[in-house]
Design a protein. Sequence first.
Length: 143
Amino acid sequence: MTHEGHGRGQATAVEDRHAGTGLTCEAEQTRARIDELAGRLRELDQEIDHLRITRKTLLTLVGEPEAEHAVPAPVVPEHPTYQQILAVFADARKPLRARDLCQALDLPIVPNNTEGIRSKLKRLVSRSILTETEPGLFTQPRS
């Protein structure tokens, strides 16, 4: 190998390393954005829960039972993950945590997956499809 050919090999290795660093940086930025959006989704779910409680309180204060205000049946979000989550709950005999659902859905148990599932569970709670019996523990409401 000539001295010139050896130099080209080093340049290619440096370019490859630089490209890998760029991808790593982009992946880290994307993960940070996902975490930011998951946090915002949790905040919005909490706000929805607070509004629901406020509405119930106000209706009680003015003496109007909630039954007089017909609430439409809960609508399950269309994303297939929600259908998979509900299928797991249909087979479950006990309340589940986000981690349990990750295992049941064959998802790696990593923070992004458990937070994603937890936010979906919170959304199902906000739509009265599931209940949160204690912080982080979810189940289907009893009929």
